[in-house]
Design a protein around this ligand. Sequence first.
Ligand code: ARG
Length: 268
Amino acid sequence: MRPSHAVFGALALAFTVPTAATADESVVGGTPVRVSQSPWAVALASHDRFGAARSGQFCGGVLVGSSTVVTAAHCLSREVLGVPWQQVGDLRIVIGRDNLSRGGGQELKPAKIWVNPAYDSWTNEGDMAVLTLQKPVRNRPIPIAPHEDTAYRAGNAATVYGWGDMTGEGTYASRLRSAEVNVLEDAVCARAYPGNADGTYKPESMLCAGEPGGGRDACQGDSGGPLVVHGRLVGLVSWGTGCGKAGSPGVYTRASALLPVVTGHGAG
Ligand code: ARG
């Protein structure tokens, strides 16, 4: 298995300094946000697999219906979890917790898990999974931007959220952070990722976002988390080469690709 891509489960909402010597992984900053402002941003966690610190967080997720959470398929892969997801007995969805090192909010058990069987770990196509909660929560879900929504337009300002690695070296955030990026033309990612070791950009099912010259970006551990434009979900953090590197934008699962599956799972 190629160890490189979407797989290393830890994120880092990042803000790189492109001029730094170690620019390729040098992630700094991002801004702390309150989960009350973004109640649909959730964390996936397992104490068994990832320890009790930071609530056992290993990926992000998004509440898109009162009992429906979406995330990246690769978050539930053996590469991330070390074992098949069916063997993780304490997989939890953490909702409404500002600081993962403290309590608050709820830790919920998924009643049902669907991992896209068509997920291709080589191209990273179809990087999506749906977790159904045992009962509805009152936290506000975020609407998914439908296909052809203007939210997907290149040039739009977008915000990515996560509890991932803030340094590119495994310094994970305890508090939810967000970073402002731009939706980029598909051509930018098609040029950057024509079929690399990290993946292949497919515009029908992926979305390209970042800073043209490098800079703010998602990073390891942010996977599965939301990319938002005008209050609508446009993407899930999926993959990229490094974090915030010039010429290597972030690649997201295009949120509209989730609509058929989420509707199929009865999300409202
Ligand atoms: N695959 C990573 C994860 O599992 C997310 C990587 C996103 N990278 C980026 N440069 N936007 O958390």
